[in-house]
Design a protein around this ligand. Structure first.
Ligand code: ADP
Length: 422
């Protein structure tokens, strides 16, 4: 009988290739190489188990038919598969991310070392336990109950309450699931260091800048006419730096804040103020219209909402050529209310829209600088809206204009009235 060619390197090579593909897939989807490796490793473990079962079945069923040669081959193969299986299990056990394999009933079938430390699972106690039951008193409980569809970010680790983790659930095999948890404490610490650094630098720059600005104001260009253009430039640049520092301090404050004071924000007066500011900035170069039909006040921080809403109007004025028009609207929507600013300005190419709210992201640095921008306005808008559970929607047609809309939920609306001071 012709035996198929025997290539002992084929299986390990295929398994290794699978791991590499898993790493690449993990990297390309979320940048999570370890996650990709874990998923493929577990799939390969399942494959090897199935193969062992498949290959042992005929041997067990028909021992009389097996020749000594076949038996030797079978034993060598089994040993090789068993060794690959051990290696894969070992690799998965030592992954830095917690991996928990769940069966169809959401019962724990297997978990690695990181799952013991991060999630507090224990062997053998937690083998076969229902995950929902095991985490009944942790932040994971509600998430599991809701079906764990989306990843859950930045929660305290059940096994190490001082650590923060991101958790996700991946479907796997036949209605099985993999729970993956990643320790993000070090990332949070780095993020905190970055925030503190920016806040401290901005704070330290504030006083020297105020002094420089003060002295520049004292110098009268008429006393030194030959230096008049230089003085003018120095004044405008020191003013710009002052504005950047103030915007950075505002952003630092907003980033560390988790909620806002629930104060009434009277929209009639806020809209009137925003419109006046737009007119002052435009100096008659644009036609500015206000349409307010929502008949609702907002609940939140008056100072932060003023800053966000007026930022959008100031952008509309700065990025709309003279002769253009700007419309400020405050109207009801099915979900709540929308504040929008529409301009007939330069517009924004679609490729830039997704990145506009990043710090210092500009389509044209020179246009932003010339119009007195700091590149931080829309970041501030986004943070303020997040704190008010509101969303920013940007629609734009290059050469025709843009509409920036802030969508507020009905929980943030109040019937108009009460104190009318903004
Ligand atoms: P800046 O201080 O530069 O205006 P922002 O964060 O407010 O910073 O805005 C980021 C960038 O988005 C701007 O540099 C500009 O290129 C673009 N932008 C913002 N608003 C508008 C608008 N209404 N029309 C066209 N471009 C805009």
């Amino acid at each position: 009988m012709n035996q198929p060619a025997h290539h002992p390197w084929k299986l390990p090579a295929a398994l290794a290739a699978g791991i590499v593909m898993g790493a690449l897939a993990g990297w390309s989807v979320h940048g999570h190489i370890a996650t990709g490796v874990a998923v493929v490793a577990l799939i390969e473990v399942a494959f090897l188990l199935t193969r062992i079962r498949h290959e042992t079945r005929p041997m067990m069923a028909q021992p009389a038919d097996v020749s000594p040669l076949q038996h030797d081959r079978f034993m060598t193969r089994t040993r090789r598969i068993a060794s690959s299986l051990r290696d894969l299990r070992n690799a998965a056990s030592h992954l830095p991310d917690a991996v928990v394999l769940l069966d169809q009933e959401q019962q724990v079938r297997w978990f690695n070392h990181a799952a013991e430390s991060l999630l507090g699972l224990r062997r053998p106690r937690d083998r076969g336990v229902f995950l929902q039951q095991r985490f009944a008193h942790s932040d994971l409980s509600g998430w599991l109950q809701d079906g764990a569809q989306e990843p859950l970010n930045d929660i305290s680790a059940p096994g190490e309450p001082d650590s923060q983790i991101n958790v996700s659930m991946l479907p796997f095999g036949r209605r099985q699931h993999l729970l993956l948890a990643r320790d993000i404490s070090h990332l949070n610490r780095l993020e905190q260091i970055r925030r503190d650094f920016v806040a401290n630098v901005s704070h330290e720059l504030r006083t020297p800048l105020t002094v420089i600005h003060g002295y520049l104001e004292l110098l009268d260009p008429e006393d030194v006419p030959e230096l008049a253009p230089v003085l003018g430039e120095m004044r405008s640049q020191s003013k710009r730096m002052g504005q950047i520092v103030e915007d950075l301090l505002t952003l630092s404050r907003l980033e560390t804040q988790h909620q806002v004071a629930d104060e009434r924000v009277p929209m009639a007066s806020l809209l009137a103020t925003v419109r006046k500011e737009a007119e002052a900035l435009s100096q008659g170069r644009h036609q500015i219209t206000l349409e307010s039909t929502a008949e609702a006040d907002l609940l939140g921080s008056p100072k932060d909402l003023h800053s966000a809403l007026s930022n959008l109007v100031s952008n509309a004025v700065r990025y709309t050529p003279a002769g253009g028009s700007i419309t400020i609207r405050w109207k009801r929507t099915p979900e709540g209310a929308a504040y929008s600013v529409t301009d007939t300005g330069f517009g924004i190419p679609a490729s830039h829209l997704a990145r506009l709210t990043e710090r210092f992201y500009r389509i044209s640095s020179s246009r932003s600088r010339d119009s007195g921008g700091t590149g931080l306005g829309l970041s501030i808008v986004k943070h303020v809206l997040n704190l008010h559970q509101a969303q920013l929607r940007i629609e734009s047609t290059p050469g025709a204009g843009s509409t920036f809309t802030c969508l507020f939920g009905s929980a943030r609306l109040l019937p108009p009235g009460g104190n009318d001071e903004s």
